[in-house]
Unconditional design. Structure first.
Length: 150
């Protein structure tokens, strides 16, 4: 009997490849979201440092044009934080879409995998039946040869 060959094996491998690519894209999105969150933390620390520096300058007694820098800087940092939060929102939306896509692709791979398993079990059954038939034939032939000798 021939070796087992799943007819949809190429399709299964293609679906597994697409699932893997989807996982890679999810990893990329996770990394980008983490990078953006780290950037927000750094901007928050920068904003805190700016406020404390502004208070220190005001306490020491700085000139007006020196203190004038801080509100503009703080406004720029807040705008950058808002922009980064919008980017995170967009990335998280893409992440949830990719999760849904991954679930569908996993389902397709699972379906083809189950079909392959069923066909393999069927192949094994047929192979075992063929083997039993050959053993039975050999036994009968061998038994009839022994009877002829007697």
């Amino acid at each position: 009997m021939n070796k087992f060959k799943f007819k949809l094996d190429a399709l299964l491998k293609l679906r597994e490849l697409k699932e893997h690519q989807c996982k890679v894209e999810l990893g990329f999105l996770n990394r980008e979201i983490a990078n953006r969150k780290a950037k927000i933390e750094k901007l928050g620390l920068s904003l805190d440092e700016s406020y404390s520096s502004q208070n220190e300058m005001a306490r020491v007694g700085a000139k007006g044009h020196e203190i004038q820098f801080y509100p503009m800087y703080n406004q720029g940092v807040r705008a950058d934080v808002d922009k980064t939060l919008n980017e995170i929102y967009g990335l998280e939306k893409r992440h949830s879409e990719k999760l849904e896509e991954l679930a569908k692709k996993r389902g397709q791979v699972k379906l083809l995998g189950n079909l392959k398993d069923k066909e393999h079990k069927k192949y094994i059954k047929e192979k075992n039946k063929e083997l039993e038939r050959k053993i039975s034939e050999n036994f009968i032939i061998g038994f009839s040869n022994k009877e002829e000798e007697i």
